[in-house]
Ligand binder design. Structure first.
Ligand code: OX2
Length: 797
């Protein structure tokens, strides 16, 4: 097939393609078809348009003998794919018209697609944005991950408490994957290591097969299509016939059940404690399968493994695939017979590692007992790597093997050619803290690549109103070159243009307000300020700081209901790890506050609070375009980067935030006058913790804070159980590790500045528009170019 000869897609061709898939792929007449059938038929019609480009991308990569990039990630939070495909192939008008001709509502068909929630939060969503940018930049690349049967749990609330239900995206039909039964690798665990002929031979005790499922990922305009390859675990012998014949049907199915456990569920922990054996199995499972696949492809093109670093760049998305280091050395040394030091050097030239957090509880380490039981040969190799590294740097006494643990961050660092942080502040802190010792030994290794987000999903497709205004103003070049948003800046001085900008925001708010009314039973005035905090629930992200400020605000409004308050609705959404009790209590507190505050007739014009259930990519796409204010209020030094912060700024929502993660760079870009800064800096945070009774002091100094805490502690929001939140109050007045109390006063001040800025609507619009105009740097295209140049040495084809 030649893409040059592909017919242009008219509404008629697309409609015929949909009808043809409906009949021949799904066996339905239009009369009998359900919305899912239509959604599948449309998806197949769109997918067809990607396939030729997909083949072509592969062909060109082989032809150019190009270096390939492999992105190994435990999580890919891709969300819905149909609209992504339609937008990137520029078929929106045709698709809408074709469905209209068929008597269908475009938005309803798109909304039928389940969210592929194969990730927890920022780390997984970043991986998804990166895949799209890699394709947009026509960089030969492939993502490798796990095809979880159950993605991140569904969240609902019972009496305000989070309840988790399994996520079942695969129960609905999914249009985007191609099963590859031929791409199958046997992965072993446990067993013994023997010496044979001077070589170590690992004989695993347990084995499963990894089978590939491929999803094509089209870049902007569909010029290039890369692959996301997800591994599904299958039993080596799916069925135990002996047991079956004996009549023991449960035992007969046991091998399959056991194997499938590996790719059954995504661990629902985001930057919190892990360390379960099954997790290590999952990590080795997908990493080992990916490496085999990578080497098979390499072998088909080259016959000299010495060229591996020249032709292959592997990115480890956090330490989850860190076992790639020892596994690659094992393959090269044990299986391919390369001497150990050379094997190690080749692996080190090929692998790179991204660190996404400095939180100590999220830094992976495995007890050598667990590690050695599951991966006996790898434990030996880790020790040899450690020895080799120690020998090369004898003066330092550094080891990745302290306290009977295998420390995956240190292992990744040593095995990587480049190590990167995800914002300037985070990279600096990495050098000073977790990797200070290793950085001294290898000062060239650590580089920064500030995160970014794909403008196709996070502006063009989620915010059509604003996108249209931008395109009307400067043409559509910004979609592939987001820094061109700067060209709208002169228009910000034009009152007529500002009105159009404000109208686009206002329309998004009206749409959200209708949706809140229909689905959540919330009546919200679109004129009110939409103040939004959406992200995983975590103490360091400080949703409790936000709700305490809301409580204090509510109390002041009650004191003087007619004081001309700026109406606000505070919207929260986010999931808590099921085992993270404190985070779940914060959810419940917010729900309790919401119930009491929203029922208060005296204040409800001025303040409402809502916690929306089941936060996911689709909900983010709905909320962000309608936001006025972006809450990015983590304790400084704790949020490695953040990416939601970038999406809000891009969509014209100024930030109220601390100097943390990428907030620092956002503020530099949009201008300090268009950013509501508050709170301690990272060094101040460290110093403050040294102050004895810092929390108590802060509370004594701020009567508003004291009164808000008093209300929480005395059961104002939980009258049926007055001491429900006693432990939260105790935490915040005592240890308060995340310094909620110490940052409260300044947060309150900044919020009042927000109020006065919002009251002057024209001033606000100007700030909002400047946020959009100056956020172009936060495109993931810019980030990926940085990785290509500084880390991978990869080229666009
Ligand atoms: C997150 C970080 O918490 C967040 O700050 C960052 O923006 C995102 O990764 C993408 O870099 N799990 N999730 C993260 O880190 C880990 C570990």
């Amino acid at each position: 097939m030649n893409i040059a000869t592909l017919p242009a897609v008219s509404t008629d061709t697309l409609r015929d393609a949909i009808l043809s898939h409906l009949a021949y792929s799904f066996g339905k007449t239009p009369e009998a078809a359900q919305i899912e059938d239509w959604r599948m038929a449309l998806s197949f019609a769109i997918r067809d348009r990607m396939v030729a480009r997909w083949f072509e991308a592969t062909r060109r990569t082989y032809e150019a003998e190009a270096k390939r990039v492999y992105y190994l990630s435990m999580e890919f939070l891709i969300g819905r794919l149909l609209e992504d495909g339609i937008v990137n192939l520029r078929l929106q008008e045709q698709a809408r018209a074709a469905l209209y001709d068929l008597g269908l509502d475009y938005d309803a068909v798109l909304a039928d697609e389940p969210d592929a929630a194969l990730g927890n939060g920022g780390l997984g969503r970043l991986a998804a944005c990166f895949l799209e940018s890699l394709s947009t930049l026509s960089c030969p690349a492939m993502g490798y991950g796990i095809r979880y049967e159950h993605g991140l749990f569904r969240q609902s609330f019972h009496d305000g408490r989070q309840v988790e239900a399994p996520e079942t995206w695969l129960l609905q039909r999914h249009a985007w994957e191609f099963e590859r039964p031929e791409a199958r690798y046997r992965i072993g665990f446990g067993g013994q290591v023997r010496e044979s002929g001077g070589r170590a031979v690992w004989t695993p005790e347990e084995e499963v097969d990894a089978e590939a499922f491929d999803t094509p990922i089209a870049g902007w305009q569909g010029h290039w299509v890369n692959t996301l390859r997800l591994w599904s675990a299958k039993a080596v012998h799916p069925f135990d016939l002996t047991s079956f014949n004996r009549g023991d049907f449960a035992a007969a199915a046991a091998p399959e059940a056991l194997a499938r456990t590996i790719s059954r569920v995504l661990y629902p922990d985001d930057t919190t404690e892990q360390g379960k054996e099954l997790r290590l199995k999952q990590e080795f499972f997908f990493t080992a399968a990916a490496l085999r696949d990578i080497l098979r492809r390499f072998d088909s093109e080259y016959d000299d493994l010495g060229r591996l670093p020249e032709k292959v760049a592997i990115q480890l998305n956090d330490t989850h695939p860190a076992i790639a280091g020892p596994e690659l050395v094992r393959i090269l040394h044990d299986e391919r017979g390369i001497d150990f030091d050379t094997a190690m050097t080749l692996a080190q030239g090929t692998l790179n590692y991204t660190n996404h957090t400095l939180l100590p509880e999220a830094l992976e380490s495995w007890h050598e007992g667990v590690f050695g039981k599951l991966l006996p040969r790898h434990l030996q190799i880790v020790d040899r790597i450690d020895d080799a590294h120690a020998r090369a740097h004898p003066s330092r006494g550094f080891s990745m093997r302290a306290d009977h643990q295998v420390r995956m961050g240190e292992l990744s660092f040593v095995m990587a050619n480049r190590v990167n942080g995800v914002s300037a502040l985070h990279t600096g802190l990495m050098k000073e803290t977790v990797f200070a010792e290793l950085n001294a030994l290898h000062p060239e290794k650590i580089v920064n690549q500030t995160n970014g987000v794909t403008p196709r999903r996070w502006l063009l497709s989620c915010n059509p109103g604003l996108s249209e205004l931008i395109t009307d103003t400067i043409g559509d070049g910004w979609v592939a070159d987001l820094e061109r948003l700067r060209e709208i800046e002169p228009e910000v001085e034009d009152a007529g243009w500002r009105d159009r900008f404000a109208a686009a925001k206002r329309a998004n708010k009206a749409t959200l307000s209708d949706w809140l009314g229909e689905t959540q039973g919330l009546q919200v005035d679109p004129e009110a300020m939409f103040d939004i905090q959406i992200k995983r629930m975590h103490e360091y992200k400080r949703q409790h700081l936000n709700i305490l400020e809301a409580i204090a605000h509510w109390q002041e409004i009650k004191d003087a209901p007619d004081a001309g308050w700026v109406p606000r609705i505070k919207i929260f959404a986010g999931k808590a790890a099921p085992g993270y009790a404190f985070a779940k209590d914060i959810i419940r507190l917010i729900n309790d506050v919401s119930r009491v505050v929203n029922a208060d007739q005296a204040t409800r014009e001025a303040l409402q609070v809502a916690f929306l259930p089941n936060y996911n990519v689709t909900l983010a796409e709905r909320l962000i375009p309608a936001a006025d204010l972006s809450e990015q209020i983590s304790t400084a030094g704790k949020e490695a980067s953040g990416t939601g912060n970038m999406k809000f700024a891009l969509n014209g929502a100024p930030t109220i935030g601390t100097l943390d993660g990428a907030n620092v760079e956002i503020r530099e870009h949009v201008g300090a006058e268009n950013f509501f800064l508050f709170g301690m800096t990272a060094p101040e945070v460290t110093a403050r913790r040294e102050v004895e009774a810092h929390a108590r002091q802060a509370i004594e100094a701020d009567p508003r804070l004291a009164r808000a805490l008093e209300a929480v502690g005395s059961g104002v929001f939980s009258p049926d159980e007055p001491d429900r939140y006693a432990h939260i109050v105790e935490n915040l007045s005592g240890h308060d590790y995340f310094l909620v109390a110490s940052d409260f006063t300044d947060y309150w001040r900044a919020q009042r500045e927000v109020d006065s800025a919002y009251a002057d609507r024209d001033r606000w619009t100007r700030m909002a528009a400047l946020n959009t105009a100056r956020s172009g740097w936060f495109s993931s295209d810019r980030t990926i170019r940085g990785y290509m140049d500084d880390i991978w040495g990869a080229k666009s084809l």
